[in-house]
Design a protein around this ligand. Structure first.
Ligand SMILES: Nc1ncnc2c1ncn2[C@@H]1O[C@H](COP(=O)(O)OP(=O)(O)OP(=O)(O)O)[C@@H](O)[C@H]1O
Ligand SMILES: [Mg+2]
Length: 174
């Protein structure tokens, strides 16, 4: 997909999107999505950390950077492999309907605190992946403090990975 097609995709009311506090993520097809940031420096920081963590097996695949107009403003992005994100599993577990807004309502309550810990204790797949991811981060000397369920996921190959690199990440040499 070239930049013009991407721009069309992100501005279409029919496209699904996941909004965090800094970034917005649009799935494009089965494998790829585009993550957009308002600020070029934040995009570059995230991209640099993403590529470094990919080499360690701690991030999904990534693609080229792009600059495009979304909702009448310039945004800075890059392509990113879609992973099965833990927030979706948490919300499904608690029977919460979700429309892609990763904030507000019950989202942070369920995805960050006691309910999230309970979910990890009760769900073998995600509990095991969480332990594996923490272990791998420790092996690499990386500390990640932005540890809510919307910031990590599992790749199609089973690898647990981080997906949010703009804050709360320490020990990555960039
Ligand atoms: N590679 C991905 N695969 C699947 N979903 C993703 C991916 N990257 C982001 N998302 C979805 O988009 C949301 C927002 O992305 P991201 O966490 O990068 O943004 P953010 O604004 O930095 O988030 P935060 O609110 O944690 O600060 C994620 O919580 C997740 O639901
Ligand atoms: Mg996030």
């Amino acid at each position: 997909m070239n930049t013009i097609e991407l721009e069309k995709h992100v501005n279409s009311p029919d496209s699904s999107k996941f909004e965090g506090t800094t970034a917005v993520f649009f799935p494009i097809d089965e494998q790829w999505g585009v993550k957009l940031f308002r600020c070029e420096e934040t995009r570059d920081l995230s991209y640099n950390r993403h590529t470094t963590l990919y080499d360690m097996g701690l991030a999904p695949m990534y693609g080229p950077k792009n600059t495009l107009v979304y909702d009448g403003e310039t945004w800075y992005g890059y392509l990113c492999e879609i992973v099965e994100c833990c927030d979706t599993a948490v919300l499904d577990h608690y029977g919460v309907e979700h429309d892609g807004k990763c904030q507000g309502g019950d989202y942070f309550e369920l995805c960050s605190y006691d309910s999230y810990s309970d979910f990890l204790m009760e769900n073998e797949k995600w509990g095991t992946a969480d332990v594996e991811l923490r272990g791998r981060l420790e092996e690499e000397g990386i500390r990640f403090t932005d540890t809510h369920a919307g910031n990590w996921g599992i790749r199609k190959n089973g690898q647990p990975v981080l997906i949010d690199f703009d804050k709360g990440l320490y020990g990555v040499d960039i």
